[in-house]
Design a protein around this ligand. Structure first.
Ligand code: ZN
Length: 241
């Protein structure tokens, strides 16, 4: 099986469509999503529709959590908060119910999906270092765990109690090793590379591939500005910050 990982789309339809188009040439058998379909971008409803059309295997991101419980935006910066309130206005009841229906964790035989960390997933912590990775690895009972949230793609692995990290584009998976794969962000990359980030897991070739694709950033920016969302959300797309 070949799985495509879709994370942190954040209402950016231009980026999502570029990724889907690229994935259609990749012989993907199944799509998986680690959350934050909405928030920041100007097309929350269309992004929900596209992702739902691809897969039922989606976990809840902090932006889905925030639209269902607006009090949670107390933890957000002012422009993220403004985007949550705007998104809440734009989505319909059925889409809100969909956000409400998403679980924090989804587990299959080989992998677990979560948005932030396995350690207290409902707190949406950020996995930024080996220490936070270790707390997740202790709770991880599948060989792989896919997540997003930091918007920076990369892979942690644990072998014989030691944790390592890499940003290699292709990683061969070894027996007896656990992996945490951060897929990066499709619609709001923050690793200095403005191209949409996603990854592919091939369970026969035992391989993870991290991919980037260019998309029409200008169009996504114009829609964000046209919607009256904070300028910074549009500006940062060009820098991938
Ligand atoms: Zn996010």
């Amino acid at each position: 099986m070949r799985y495509a990982l879709i994370s942190d789309v954040h209402g950016n339809l231009e980026a999502l469509e570029a990724v889907i188009e690229a994935l259609q040439k990749e012989r993907v058998d199944e799509y998986l999503s680690t959350g934050d379909i909405i928030g920041y971008g100007a097309d929350p409803s269309k992004c929900i529709e596209r992702v739902r059309g691809l897969t039922e295997k989606v976990v809840c991101g902090n932006h889905e959590w925030a639209v269902r419980d607006l009090k949670y935006t107390d933890y957000f910066n002012p422009y993220a908060k403004a985007a949550v309130y705007w998104t809440r206005q734009m989505i319909n009841t059925e889409e809100l119910n969909y956000a409400n229906s998403l679980n924090h964790l989804l587990k299959e035989k080989d992998f677990t999906l979560v948005h932030g960390t396995l350690h207290r997933p409902e707190e949406f912590r950020y996995m930024r270092d080996e220490r936070e990775a270790l707390m997740s690895f202790r709770l991880q009972d599948t060989p792989l765990c896919f997540l997003g949230h930091t918007h920076s793609p990369g892979i942690y692995w644990e072998r014989e109690g030691r944790i390592s990290y890499s940003q290699d584009k292709i990683v061969k998976l070894a027996e007896g090793t656990k992996y945490i794969i951060n897929c990066g962000s499709i619609g709001q990359p923050r690793d200095g590379n403005p191209k949409a980030s996603y990854c592919i897991y091939d369970d026969e070739a035992k391989k993870i591939e991290f991919k980037r694709i260019a998309y029409d950033i200008k169009k996504a920016q114009d829609k964000i500005r046209g919607a009256g969302l904070p300028d910074i959300i549009a500006d940062r797309l060009a820098e991938g910050r």
